[in-house]
Design a protein around this ligand. Structure first.
Ligand code: SF4
Length: 217
């Protein structure tokens, strides 16, 4: 059903907007820095991600990462499709350093594209140096993800910002540049750092990542 002529990238969902291209791999299996907190709330284990067709697609994506031509194919497709913004991992995470370095090569060869990703793999010592190199690329916007279980990183590399998953009504860490709130907490008073897609006023206005852009500008 999928073969080497199948496009690697897909268009964004209702949150991201169609103008953003996305790349995903299976959640949890590829998330070595995940916490019990984020696994419990992970949207990539729910809704359409439970369909067999979506699972098959993500497994196929994961196999493409191991191919020797992954970087070449991704760079070619980015150029051919006129990609402007690419969200790496709506589902999944940077599962090892070699995979991070493949994305560094892709980003380096695509300087006009804006790439962004959130990762908990900063918690894995063998992956963290490669993430710092990826974050340093001018076309890359990398977010370190945190929650109450992970705590916040002791050191934030240059250019990296912190996205915190708030799971209680307690105030999020003051170092958070962005706060995501699961549904039960979306009625809490709005804060400037809360993702606009997850506030009552933002949803009323129909904010998408494409119209907001905070995460990739
Ligand atoms: S802050 Fe803006 S760009 Fe970032 S996830 Fe929320 S809506 Fe999307």
């Amino acid at each position: 059903m999928f073969d080497s002529s199948t496009p690697l990238l897909q268009h964004g969902n209702s949150k991201l907007g169609r103008a953003i291209h996305v790349w995903s791999i299976p959640a949890v299996d590829t998330c070595p820095g995940s916490t019990a907190v984020c696994r419990r709330l992970c949207y990539a284990l729910r809704h359409r991600f439970r369909f067999d067709s979506v699972k098959r697609r993500l497994s196929w994506n994961r196999r493409q990462c191991d191919r020797r031509d992954f970087v070449e194919r991704m760079v070619s497709e980015i150029r051919r499709s006129g990609v402007l913004v690419l969200r790496i991992h709506v589902a999944g995470d940077f599962y090892d350093a070699e995979y991070v370095r493949k994305w560094s090569a892709i980003v380096k060869r695509s300087p006009r594209v804006r790439f962004y990703a959130y990762t908990r793999s900063w918690r894995i010592a063998a992956i963290a140096p490669a993430l710092r190199e990826l974050a340093a690329q001018s076309a890359m916007r990398l977010w370190y993800s945190s929650d109450d279980e992970s705590g916040v990183p002791a050191h934030m590399p240059p250019k990296v910002r912190l996205a915190h998953l708030q799971t209680t009504s307690a105030a999020p860490p003051s170092s958070a540049d962005l706060v995501f709130r699961p549904h039960p907490l979306r009625t809490l008073p709005e804060l400037p750092v809360v993702c606009d897609h997850e506030t009552t006023s933002g949803r009323r206005l129909g904010v998408t990542c494409g119209s907001c852009g905070k995460c990739f500008r």
